[in-house]
Design a protein around this ligand. Structure first.
Ligand code: FES
Length: 358
């Protein structure tokens, strides 16, 4: 069986597994995000041996980069023994750090709750716990299609038996419109793989209790819920503010849960913002503008952004304007796994390029 080596680690690569998958299944960390060949986070340099690029898109890995010995770890498969090194900037610790091993599990649907317009909370119960970090995502196998979709976890790491997903319906989406919003029922079995992604709360020993701001759009709230609750439980006095941007008041959900969090942690603030509706109850505008209006300086703060690519990019620009260090800005972009119908919202899952699973 071929072996994949990175830094001090060397693992077996069973047939059918990508370079990244073979490492993650062995618990060896490598930078990654979308697992779909779209973000480029997992780009590696092939130091020895060769890979088969398989489904690597030319947009993410142009021919000249292939010719220069680069590959996408999440799409390429080893062609014999291969040694790689991460080619991206956030690669410190690759091959050295252990991560929660990627696993295949069977879960059972134990909750399907409509929480807002076209938005469902899905609970998946596991027979055995899944080790993950708050903010990561799982891939679900969509029944009868052979397709997989990614959904962020709203859990903290201790909530490892019942996984909570927030799902936005995408018209025509195989996972949402034709499954989770159609014939899915409590008691159904679901096959899943996880955990995945580098959008995650830091390890406890690396968490110094610095203030943080979290900014999410729509079901981009999901991973932020896991991250902010983890952060507050570790450092109950830390300053934290979570902005949740939606279009209309009917798109808001989990407000009571977040108000309850405000009451438990005096230094936490929750700010819902509506972009297309004016009411007395909520602020109006864009979440990034609300952040800019509220915060004079975010120097030393950590930032977490999750939602549409536009929201994430404008949020990152706003954080930088308030002097947040770029290395402290964490991003998770949601895109629909299939093109949404014109004028419809994207399905929500997350792969750092999809976690809105259509
Ligand atoms: S391109 Fe491989 S993780 Fe995104």
């Amino acid at each position: 069986m071929p072996r994949v080596s990175v830094g001090p680690s060397s693992v077996e690569a069973p047939p059918g597994q990508s370079v990244l998958e073979s490492l993650l299944r062995a618990g060896v960390w490598m930078p990654s995000s979308c697992n779909q060949g779209t973000c480029g986070t997992c780009k590696v340099r092939v130091l020895s041996g060769a890979v088969d690029h398989r489904t690597s898109p030319l947009e993410t890995l142009p021919q000249e980069q292939r010719d220069a010995g680069l590959a996408l770890a999440c799409q390429s498969h080893p062609a014999g023994d291969v040694e790689v090194a991460p080619a991206g900037p956030a690669s410190a610790g690759a091959g050295e750090v252990r991560t929660h091993p990627l696993r295949d599990l069977v879960a059972r649907i134990t909750g399907l709750e409509d929480v807002a317009t076209d938005t469902r909370r899905v609970l998946l119960s596991l027979d055995e716990p899944l080790a993950f970090s708050a903010g990561q995502y799982v891939e679900l196998e969509v029944p009868r299609t052979g397709e997989r979709r990614q959904f962020s976890l709203a859990n903290t790491a201790t909530e490892d038996r019942v996984l909570e997903l927030h799902v936005r319906r995408v018209p025509g989406g195989a996972a949402t419109d034709r499954w989770l919003f159609a014939d899915a029922a409590c008691g159904d079995e679901v096959r899943l793989t996880g955990p995945l992604g580098d959008f995650r709360a830091p390890e406890e020993e690396a968490d110094d209790g610095a203030p943080l701001v979290l900014l999410g759009g729509g079901t981009g709230l999901a991973p932020l819920l896991g991250i902010v609750r983890t952060a507050l439980e570790r450092h109950p006095d830390r300053e934290a503010v979570l902005y949740h941007g939606v279009r209309y008041a009917s798109d808001l959900y989990d407000t009571e849960r977040l108000v309850d969090l405000e009451q438990r942690f005096a230094s936490f603030r929750f700010v819902p913002v509506l972009s297309r509706e004016e009411t007395r109850a909520y602020r109006t505008g864009y979440v990034t503008d609300a952040f800019l209006a509220d915060v004079a300086s975010a120097r030393g703060w950590t930032g977490w952004l999750c939602g549409s690519p536009a929201l994430v990019e404008s949020g990152a620009a706003a954080f930088k304007r308030r002097r947040m260090a770029p290395r402290l800005i964490h991003r998770e972009k949601f895109t629909a796994a299939v093109p949404a119908a014109p004028g419809s919202p994207s399905e929500t899952l997350t792969s750092p390029l999809t976690r809105t699973g259509a």
